[in-house]
Ligand binder design. Structure first.
Ligand SMILES: Cc1cc2nc3c(=O)[nH]c(=O)nc-3n(C[C@H](O)[C@H](O)[C@H](O)COP(=O)(O)O)c2cc1C
Length: 185
């Protein structure tokens, strides 16, 4: 699959079939995350692959999102900012969020390439999941991802923002790439 297709066909899926993904495919998706840029070459993320059905139900309850329990695998992404804060101080905290996003997008695009589906889940009771998975106190859960095969194709709505609403040239709000030259007649 070419990159453009992966980027443009990725979308959140919230209904999964009962078909079990090959866990090795998920490991490959996690592997892709390692290639994201990291400030100071400091990889700050850990990934927990969960296939225990009881844990998945508890995670779903912690998210208050039933569809999470439809998945047979959940990947929990957590970060530890202690080393990066030693290197970059307070700014390091922001770097952690940015690096998590970059690594997660690699992961998401590989999920698409593998023909799998997921949805970024950012709403959950963090302490409950940390206790359940024995995640150290100093770590944070960045997000979690129920993974499966898409049960039904959502109607493709192209809700994407138009490029000309987000792109400026040389200064904020300037929408022209080049000054229009006056034409003298
Ligand atoms: C930081 C973040 C947190 C999110 N949390 C949730 C969530 O808790 N539950 C959910 O169903 N979707 C969640 N989403 C998915 C968004 O709702 C989804 O990406 C958005 O509707 C755009 O749809 P798309 O992913 O199909 O492009 C989250 C996305 C991001 C980036």
């Amino acid at each position: 699959m070419d990159l453009d297709t992966a980027i443009k066909s990725r979308r959140s899926v919230r209904h999964f079939t009962s078909k079990t993904p090959d866990w090795r495919d998920i490991i490959e998706c996690i592997d892709s995350a390692r290639y994201a840029p990291m400030a100071g070459k400091n990889f700050i993320l850990k990934f927990i692959l969960i296939d225990d059905p009881e844990k998945i139900i508890k995670i779903s309850e912690s998210c208050q999102q039933d569809f999470v329990a439809e998945a047979q695998y959940v990947v929990v992404v957590c970060s530890d900012d202690s080393r990066i804060r030693n290197m970059f101080g307070e700014r390091g905290k922001e770097f952690v969020r940015q690096e998590s996003g970059a690594a997660i997008e690699n992961f998401l695009l590989k999920i698409v390439e593998k023909g799998l589906s997921t949805c970024w889940v950012g709403h959950f009771v963090e302490d409950e999941i940390k206790n359940l998975l024995k995640i150290p106190e100093k770590s944070r859960i960045e997000a979690l991802f129920p993974i499966g095969y898409e049960a039904k194709k959502p109607l493709l709505r192209n809700w994407r923002i138009e490029l000309d609403r987000i792109l400026f040239f040389n200064e904020y709000k300037n929408k022209k790439m080049k000054e229009i030259k006056k034409v003298y007649t």
